[in-house]
Design a protein around this ligand. Structure first.
Ligand code: FAD
Length: 349
């Protein structure tokens, strides 16, 4: 059983088939969205393939979009739809899983809004998009302007002429500032000074970054953002924006007021909009009945295998939360489940 049909879930389904768990009879994919595309179908229209970091293709099918200028929210879902057709993955949707429990017979009970499935093994691939994270700051409820998280961003036009505070030190914050600054007054606040990555980010640095995230998740600690590990890329736009002062950052305010944001040292910035580009948490609430989470709210994993429940694989989680990481994780999860369950033993539906 695979829960979630984004990059990680589709990769897992592909590799499960190659490990002897045929789609439909040996494995089932459930997905909460109404259409193919995972979280990509919900991303803002101005996010084009050219402005993503790079969407890696899924195993076995080249990703050959007509243009890099296509919105990622169109091109990636079209590719995923073709992928599901090509490999006969028969994703069942929309099916939203509400709980995964241990059944009495050694199988998992997977409860959803479309009924209950029984599964000998589960690959969880539910991503993060459905769990936007907004930190608490005093006065948030008193702010009279608009607050939105990255998930609600549709484009800069609606902020024209307004005063916008962008909160967050990740790639999304930088990208949204790039779009909004030309039409609005922007203020950028981050908890820590941004680390700009000068020079190439090679394989060695990539391996080191993944190793650090892996070590955190294995130990049951919150891994932090990917950018916290890799640094922010200085693209030509970022270079110009740094020179123009658009990316001059302030430390995060101490509180929100009805009309803006304020610091204890007396500084105040009036704001019409606070845009929280403050990231996501893993959408794993439905796994709570398995009681695998540490105090930090993290499920410790070794590779993709839940340390305390080896028949549960987590992909697109922690170190594999990128399109390339999700691809690799899908394969590891399929191989690990075959080891756990043996070929042909997985009658999942
Ligand atoms: P998702 O794509 O989120 O798929 C999860 C699926 O699970 C969804 O279809 C959802 O409906 C389903 N689901 C969730 N909960 C349930 C449930 N309870 N029951 C049933 N189904 C459920 N990575 C890159 O490598 N390159 C990039 O350029 C890049 N750009 C990014 C830009 C943004 C703005 C963001 C936020 C992330 C970006 N990433 C990028 C990260 C990348 O998108 C993800 O790591 C990867 O695509 C996530 O794939 P996934 O399969 O884990 O999750």
């Amino acid at each position: 059983m695979v829960i979630g049909a984004g990059q990680a879930g589709l990769s897992a389904a592909y590799h499960l088939a190659r490990q002897g768990f045929a789609p439909g009879s040996g494995s089932v994919v459930l997905d909460g969205d109404a259409a193919p595309g995972g979280a990509w179908q919900h991303r803002w229209p101005s996010l084009t393939l050219a402005t993503t970091h790079r969407v890696h293709e899924l195993p076995g099918l080249p990703f050959a979009p007509a243009s890099e200028e296509l919105p990622a929210a169109e091109a990636v879902p079209a590719y995923f739809a073709e992928y599901e057709r090509r490999f006969g993955l028969a994703v069942q949707r929309p099916v939203r899983v509400s709980a995964v429990r241990r059944g009495g017979d050694g199988r998992f009970l997977v409860e959803s809004d479309r009924g209950v499935w029984r599964a000998r093994g589960v690959v969880n691939a539910t991503g993060t998009w459905t769990r936007p994270f907004v930190p608490h700051y005093p006065g948030r409820e008193t702010f009279r302007g608009r607050q939105l998280h990255t998930v609600g961003y549709r484009g800069a036009a609606e902020f024209a002429g307004r005063s916008v505070v962008v909160v967050g030190g990740g790639a999304s914050a930088v990208q949204l500032l790039g779009e909004i600054a030309p039409v609005a007054r922007t203020t950028w606040v981050t908890r820590r000074p941004p680390v700009w990555r000068q020079g190439p980010f090679g394989e060695q640095q990539g391996r080191e970054a993944v190793a650090r995230v892996e070590a955190a998740v294995r130990a049951g600690r919150m891994p932090g953002s990917v950018v916290g590990v890799t640094g922010l890329v200085v693209t030509p736009w970022v270079r110009r924006a740094l020179d123009d002062g658009v990316l001059t950052r302030l430390p995060v305010f101490d509180r929100l007021t009805p009309d803006g944001v304020a610091w204890d040292d007396g500084r105040f910035v009036p704001a019409d909009v606070v845009l929280w580009a403050t990231g996501f948490r893993a959408a794993v609430g439905h796994l709570a009945p398995l009681r695998l989470r540490t105090r930090d709210g993290v499920i410790p994993v070794e590779g993709t295998t839940a340390v305390d429940e080896p028949r549960l694989q987590l992909v697109g989680y922690g170190p594999s939360a990128s399109t390339i990481g999700a691809n690799r994780a899908g394969r590891s999860a399929a191989v690990a489940l075959r080891r756990q369950l043996g070929a042909g033993l997985a009658r999942t539906a």
